[in-house]
Design a binder for this molecule. Structure first.
Ligand SMILES: Cc1cc2nc3c(=O)[nH]c(=O)nc-3n(C[C@H](O)[C@H](O)[C@H](O)COP(=O)(O)O)c2cc1C
Length: 323
C-alpha cells in the first residue's frame, strides 16, 4: 500500500516527469538514427556521384531515373533539341556496368531494354528531329472525362470494412489482378519500388496481424492480409528519403481501389511503430531487410450485413483552397 502510494507520488513528481520526457526524446533520436542509418546504408547514391555504381539494384534505380528523364523530355509538346547529353553519357556508362550482371529480381532486366530504347530515341531526336515510334504514345484519357455518376458511385461506395466473410475464399487471381491495377500508380521517376506481401494461411495472417495495434477487435475475421513495402535501394540520395512513403502510400491506396473494383473489401492498418516492431514483422513475414514497411491492409469479402463506421468527411470548403 505504502509502496503503491510512493510510486504514484514519484510518477507525479516534476523531476521524474522531466526525466521521462528526456528519455522519450532520446528514444526518438535513436529511432531517427536507425531510420537514417538504414537509408544511408541501402539507398542508391545521388546521381551527382552515380558513376562507378556496381550494386545491381542501384544500377536499376539510376538507369530507370535516367531513361525516364529522356522519355519525359521526348513527350513534351516541343522537346528541346539537342538535349540530354549528360544523361545519355551516364546511361551508357551504367549499361556497361550492368552488362553481365544477372537480373536483380522478378523485375528482370526490362529497364535495360527501356534504357537502350531511350538512348536510341534520344539520338534520333537530337540528330534528325524525329520522334521514335516506340516512345511516341497517344494519351488514353477520354476528352469528355469518365461517366461522373459511375465514378462517384465507385469512389463513394468504398469504406473500411472490419467484418469479413471467412467462409469465402479469395482467389489468388483476384489478388493478382488488384495488384496489377495498383501497379498503374505513379511513382518517382517511374521507380516502382513497391512490393505487396500477401498472407492467406490463417496462422500466418494471425501472426502478422498480432504485430499491428489497430486490428485486435476484428483480427479473427480477416482472411487475408497484405503488407505493402518499398525497396529502399530504388531511392537515391538524401533528397529522396521521404519519397518512400509517398510512393508506397500511392500504391497502397491504388491497391485498395483495385480490390474495391474487384468486389473485395479492405481496411488499411497503420504501421506507426518503432524500428524493433518493423524488424519483428520482417522476420515473421519473411520480408527482406531492404524493404520499408508502409502499411498493412486487411482484405476479404465483406460479411453479409457488415457495417461501416460513419467516418464523416470535412466539407469541401475545408479542403479546397483556390488561390
Ligand atoms: C494509413 C491508414 C492506417 C489506418 N489504420 C487503421 C487501423 O489500424 N485500424 C483500423 O481499424 N482502421 C485503420 N484505418 C482506417 C481509417 O480509420 C479509415 O480509413 C478512416 O476512418 C476513413 O474511413 P473509411 O476508410 O471507411 O472511408 C487506417 C487508415 C489509413 C489510411
Amino acid at each position: 500500500m505504502v509502496a503503491k502510494k510512493l510510486s504514484k507520488r514519484l510518477k507525479r513528481s516534476p523531476s521524474v516527469k522531466k526525466l521521462r520526457a528526456f528519455a522519450s526524446k532520446l528514444k526518438a533520436v535513436s529511432e531517427f538514427a536507425s531510420d537514417g542509418y538504414q537509408y544511408m546504408k541501402d539507398a542508391a547514391p545521388s546521381e551527382r556521384i552515380a558513376f562507378g555504381v556496381t550494386d545491381p539494384v542501384h544500377l536499376e534505380c539510376t538507369l530507370t531515373k535516367d531513361y525516364h528523364r529522356i522519355e519525359k523530355g521526348i513527350s513534351l509538346r516541343v522537346p528541346k533539341r539537342p538535349f540530354g547529353e549528360a544523361v545519355a553519357n551516364r546511361i551508357q556508362h551504367n549499361l556497361l556496368a550492368f552488362d553481365g550482371i544477372e537480373s536483380t529480381d522478378e523485375g528482370g532486366r526490362e529497364f535495360v531494354r527501356y534504357s537502350v530504347e531511350a538512348l536510341e530515341a534520344l539520338n534520333l531526336w537530337n540528330r534528325e528531329g524525329e520522334r521514335d515510334s516506340r516512345l511516341d504514345f497517344e494519351l488514353a484519357t477520354p476528352r469528355s472525362g469518365h461517366d461522373v455518376d459511375n465514378v462517384s458511385r465507385f469512389f463513394g461506395s468504398r469504406s473500411s470494412v472490419r467484418s469479413f466473410d471467412r467462409t469465402r475464399e479469395i482467389p489468388a487471381e483476384i489478388l493478382n489482378n488488384a495488384i496489377a491495377l495498383a501497379a498503374n500508380s505513379p511513382s518517382v521517376c517511374n521507380r516502382q519500388s513497391w512490393r505487396a506481401h500477401l498472407y492467406t494461411d490463417p496462422v500466418d495472417v494471425l501472426n502478422v496481424l498480432k504485430l499491428q495495434n489497430g486490428n485486435s477487435a476484428f483480427r479473427d475475421e480477416v482472411p487475408c492480409v497484405a503488407v505493402v513495402t518499398v525497396d529502399r535501394r530504388l531511392f537515391s540520395g538524401i533528397e529522396e528519403r521521404n519519397q518512400r512513403w509517398v510512393d508506397g502510400g500511392l500504391f497502397a491506396m491504388s491497391l485498395v481501389w483495385g480490390l474495391h473494383a474487384l468486389g473485395l473489401s479492405s481496411c488499411m492498418l497503420n504501421w506507426s511503430v518503432n524500428a524493433d516492431r518493423s524488424r519483428a514483422l520482417r522476420e515473421e513475414g519473411n520480408i527482406p531487410a531492404v524493404e520499408d514497411i508502409i502499411v498493412m491492409i486487411a482484405i476479404g469479402y465483406a460479411d453479409e450485413g457488415a457495417k461501416r463506421a460513419r467516418s464523416s468527411r470535412r466539407p469541401l470548403e475545408g479542403i479546397a483552397r483556390f488561390h
